[in-house]
Every structure is written in C-alpha cells, then in structure tokens.
Design a protein around this ligand. Structure first.
Ligand code: AHR
Length: 637
C-alpha cells in the first residue's frame, strides 16, 4: 500500500518530531585552548574520611578482630562469645582489676573448670562480618595474656570456615605463668578459595584461668606497614589521584561531647597505651588508626595532610568557653602541629621519632574545628580567634581554614580558607553548579571540605554520579577560588549493620571492595584536571547539560568534560579555536541506563568507564553525548 502525499507529509513530520524529541537541538560549544581564563588549583581533588560506617575499625585499618580490647557496652563485650566444646565448662567475665597497661587496665578473664582434648573451652570472634581470607597468605597475630599457672596449657588459635567447620589455619602459643606478657602467633592459609565466611577461635584443653587483652590479627598491609592499612582500599584511594587527606574528620574530630573528641595524644604510641574512645557515629574506636597512622597513610598515598584541630565545639552542642578554659585545647593544637612537623629534638617531634617516624611530615593547612556554624551559642568567632592568634604566632607559615561554613548560613571569620559543605540530591546539586561563578574573588578562598550528591544507598547511583560530575564542572571552573575539595564520606562497610550514613563513595566488606559510579566520575575528573580553564561558550544545550574545558598547558592537552544528565541525547557542534589539521582524541565514557542504575558488591562493574577514540579535523567536531552520560575527551594540541 502506498501512502498518499498528505500521509507522507504527516509521517515525515512525525519522524522529525520523534527525532527532535530524542536528540533535542544541536548545541554549539566553542573552546579556545590558547586563552586561559583562570587557573586550576593543583590540589583541587583530595580525600576526606573519618570513623563512620566502619571506615577504619572494620575497614581501612586492617585489624581483623572486632573489639580486640574487650570494650564493654550494655550487651557485654560483643561480638566475643564463649566456646564450650563437648562437656567443657568455663565462664568469662570482664575483669576490671587487671590489664596490661594503664590505658587498658581491664581484661577478659576466662576461667576454665573442665576441659580436655576434644572438649576444649575458649573464646570466639566473628571478625568484622567475617574474615576475608586469601590463599597462601600469612596473617600475623598477637595478644596480651596473664596466666596464674602453666597448667592451663597452650592456647590454640584456629581460623575456621563457618560453613564446613574446616580449620583453615592454626597455631599454638604456650603461656608463661606470671605477669602480663605479649605473645605472637601466625596463621598461614593454604590453597583455599578466597572467602569471608570464617571465624576465629582461641581455646585451651585444660582447666585453669587466663586473662586476655588486645587480641589482634593482621593480614598483609599496604607497604607492609605493621599496624597498617588494607591494601585493596588503599589502592582504590590511590587510583583517585588525590592530592591531600583531610584528617581526622568530620564529626569524628568533635565527638558527641568534649570528652569524646579526637584527643590525638591518646591515639599515639604503643597500641597498649591507647585507651580508645567513643566515636560520634555510635560505636567504639580502638584508635589503632591514630594520628601517626593518619600521617603515614598520607605518606603512602603521596598526599599532603590537611590537619583539623579540635576547636572546643562538639556535635552534641557543648562548647568550651573562650579564654582560660580554652587554653589547654589551644595548647593541644600547638603540640599536635609540633608532633606533625617538629624536628626530632622538639618535645613532640621527639615523641613522633620515638613512635617510629623521625622525619617531620609536610604541612601547609590547619583547619580549626569542624562545621562550627552549627554552634548555636555563636562562640566560634572568639574561639577561632584564640586558636588563630596562637597558631599564627607560633606557625606563621601555615594557612588557616575556618569552619564557620557555608555562605548561606554564617557570618564568616577572617581566615585564609573557609570550609563549606554540600550534601544534596541530584536535582539540587545540579541547581548549584553555578553557585561560585559570581562569588567575590578577593579575600578568603574556599575549601569544599565535604560534598556529595546523595540518593543512592549504600553507595551513589548513576544519578548521583551525574550530580557529582555536574558539580565538579562548577568547581573546576571556579578553581581559582576553590583551592581544595573532598567528597564525603568516602568509605562504607556494606555488611548489615556496618553503615550509619548513606551515600558513600567506596563500598566494601571483609573480603572485597567495589567502586560506585561516582567513584569513577571523580577518578576521571581528577585524572584529567589540567592547570587552567580555557575560554569557552555554549549555546542551545539542554538545561541538564554541564561541561568543563580545562587545559594541561605543559602537556598541551584539552580535557573536555561533558555531562549530560538529561534523558535526551545532546548533539554538539564543537569548535576548537586555533586547532588546525587533524588529530585523534581519546574519549572515556561513563553511562548509566537510569538514575537508579548502580554498582554493588554483587555487580561491581555494572557501570564502568569505557574508552574509545574520535577523529577531529580542522578543529571541528560533530559529537553526540548520549542521554545520562559523563564523558571526558582528551584532545592533544
Ligand atoms: O560526612 C558525614 C558528616 O557530615 C561529617 O562527619 C560532618 O562533618 C558532616 O555533617
């Protein structure tokens, strides 16, 4: 059947309508790589973490035993449990009269009244939602113990598979009666299948009494550091090409109360001298990852520390009065800076040397507090002034960051940088992309110390990645003002009960990690940063299209970041001024089918970057950025 001319006309019109609806109109993007309009801060992208979502204990800090120091809560000392095999009889109780140190002056007392071979008694620990074991690997363990007599015999340590009961690795330690001593043990796996479904057992096969404290087990760590960090998570962070680490938090710096702040002096030195403390995210921290470990983490990632000092305000709302009351806290901050930067003959530099790191660490930025705009008493300006006076007098070379925060909330104190935080939905983040375009360029610079597009849980979905990418185009364009930025939170243990705060960049469990779509977006942006923003203009794009045109002036590469958060493909005519001849550009594409599309432990690679190439002749490109797509195009010139 043939369509008559009127039908044909209607059909063509319909087709045109459908095509127009799918593609939208062609936008014109012009970039002049020879005209740099503003510099890009080389430290724009960094990291921020804190003890939240089991980021450290049960996460980055590689300790495998949960509650190694038998911290007691209303349930007792979870997740430790008693093992009574066969007809063994034993009891365990937290003994507050004896421990290996002043800081750990209590211990777990195990009284075994009946035990024999095959009827052992002891303690078991499930780890942090399992023990992620790998084949042919050595795990180094230690514990402090006190035994009254030798009759209790050796302690057998076994790693046992939860499903089969098979002993995956084991060792034995003979106890010497007498005072507290530290013992070591080693568990070596054979050719097992990697698995987290394991638990740990400490048993004896004779009656007697033993007290235990600081029961520890470590896998191989990043750079083989003793008391070190998980290799897979460090590798994930390194791949983001960060330039700094903001430490130690976040609310973790403040604590819920003044007493629960990150009191750095209690987080250094031998582990047995660290009492641990209650974090603001509703769980205990052993402080195995203390100030020195933070600094060594920076060293291992080749990033600079951005040191936040406690400024006398805690999350629960309490603050320390300015003047005499605040003096010890100011002194603590001065001492902390000396611990980080002082040479080995200063009071606190020598302490650091004794802790195993004689060389001072580099430092340029000191942040005074965290989110002090939440202090409704209005005490921050005066507290900041007291800290700033002392810090500037003693350390005039460092830049100070204030935390009276977001311009929409607060009257600002006069600092070198102001830390502003943004947690937004995808739509709200996209609406904020031009927030800094017209901000004043004189005076205080900006540190976006926490930011995230939040809708996915536990980790960002593709809609969040689009929001993040859109936001990053704004930060890059304004990087003459925004000196540093760090997404937060970075890490989440996705095991049931591991998370306090959804949306977190990198998910992990006891065995493995996965990268969220936002992780890929951020890694792409950071790996293609450049040192200047090129002159550019766009017209005719949909209102959910964002871009950034930065240039690496030394390598002579244009990094074009194109973010299409619309459900319509975006056609572009790109004119690259001053680029004659032909060249090949490399394209990296990140695409999600929907805003909700995401990665997870079970589907870690659902969304991942895909590389391709595009040929450019005479500085003109006809290019389509598909709907829901983030692209980075590197054009050499
Ligand atoms: O990133 C989670 C929390 O958000 C941080 O601890 C705090 O600074 C902010 O309110």
């Amino acid at each position: 059947m043939h369509a008559n001319p009127t039908h044909r006309l209607r059909l063509t019109f319909l087709l045109l309508m459908v095509t127009a609806t799918c593609l939208g109109q062609t936008a014109k993007l012009e970039v002049n790589v020879h005209q740099i309009v503003s510099p890009i801060s080389p430290t724009l992208y960094g990291l921020m973490t804190e003890e939240i979502n089991h980021s450290y204990d049960g996460g980055l800090y590689a300790e495998m035993i949960q509650n190694r120091a038998f911290h007691e809560d209303w349930e007792g000392t979870p997740p430790w449990d008693l093992i009574l095999r066969g007809n063994a009889a034993a009891a365990r109780v937290l003994d507050r009269t004896t421990g290996p140190s002043e800081s750990l002056n209590y211990s777990m007392k195990l009284t075994v009244t009946s035990a024999s071979m095959g009827s052992e008694a002891g303690l078991t620990n499930p780890g942090y939602w399992g023990y992620g074991l790998k084949p042919n690997t050595i795990y180094n363990g230690s514990f402090y113990a006190r035994a009254d007599t030798a009759e209790i015999g050796p302690v057998t340590i076994r790693m046992v598979n939860n499903a089969t009961g098979a002993v995956v690795a084991q060792d034995q330690v003979t106890l010497r009666p007498g005072p507290w001593m530290q013992y070591t043990y080693q568990l070596q796996t054979g050719s097992i299948a990697p698995s987290k479904a394991n638990h740990l057992e400490f048993t004896v096969s004779h009656p007697g009494t033993v007290w235990l404290q600081l029961v520890s087990l470590f896998p191989p760590t990043f750079n083989h550091r003793p008391n070190g960090l998980r290799i897979d998570l460090m590798q994930r962070m390194a791949a983001m090409k960060p330039t700094f680490l903001r430490l130690p938090g976040g609310n973790y710096l403040e604590g819920m109360t003044v007493d629960e702040r990150f009191d750095w002096k209690k987080t250094i030195g031998p582990l047995v001298d660290r009492p641990g403390h209650n974090g603001p995210w509703f769980y205990w921290s052993d402080d195995g990852l203390g100030l020195l470990e933070f600094l060594e983490w920076c060293e291992d990632l080749h990033v600079e520390p951005v040191l936040a000092v406690y400024a006398g305000y805690s999350l629960g709302g309490s603050h320390v009065a300015v003047g005499k009351d605040l003096e010890p806290y100011v002194q603590s901050a001065l001492d902390e800076v000396e611990y980080v930067t002082g040479d080995a003959n200063t009071r606190w530099g020598s302490e650091r040397a004794r802790d195993g790191h004689p060389a001072p660490f580099p430092l340029r930025y000191i942040e005074v507090g965290n989110e002090d705009y939440l202090d409704k008493s209005g005490s921050y300006p005066a507290r900041y002034a007291q800290f700033a006076d002392a810090l500037r007098k003693r350390y005039p070379q460092y830049k100070l960051i204030s935390t009276d925060g977001n311009s929409e909330y607060a009257t600002k104190v006069s600092s070198d940088l102001s830390d502003e935080h943004y947690y937004k939905s995808p739509a709200d983040m996209m609406a904020l992309v031009h927030h800094y375009d017209d901000a004043p360029r004189t005076g205080t610079k900006i540190f976006v110390g926490e930011w995230a597009t939040r809708s996915g849980s536990p980790t960002p979905n593709f809609g969040d990645a689009l929001g993040d990418a859109a936001w990053m185009t704004g930060m890059e364009r304004n990087s003459d003002l925004i000196v540093m930025a760090s997404y937060a939170p970075l890490l989440v243990n996705v095991s049931p009960g591991g998370m306090e705060w959804p949306t977190d960049l990198i998910g992990f469990d006891a065995s493995t990690t996965y990268a969220s779509p936002s992780y890929w977006a951020q890694s792409l942006f950071a790996a293609h940063l450049g040192d200047g923003t090129a002159a550019s203009s766009i017209s005719g794009a949909n209102n959910r299209f964002f871009y950034s045109a930065t240039v690496d002036t030394k390598a002579k590469v244009l990094h074009l970041k194109l973010v299409n958060a619309s459900s319509l493909d975006q056609r572009l005519t790109i004119t690259l001024r001053g680029m004659q001849g032909s060249r090949t550009a490399s394209v990296t594409t990140l695409h999600g089918a929907t805003f909700e599309a995401t990665n997870s432990l079970s589907d870690p690679e659902a969304i991942h970057p895909v590389a391709s190439q595009v040929s450019i002749a005479g500085g003109l490109v006809q290019h389509t950025v598909s709907a829901l797509t983030i692209e980075v195009i590197d054009v050499p010139f």
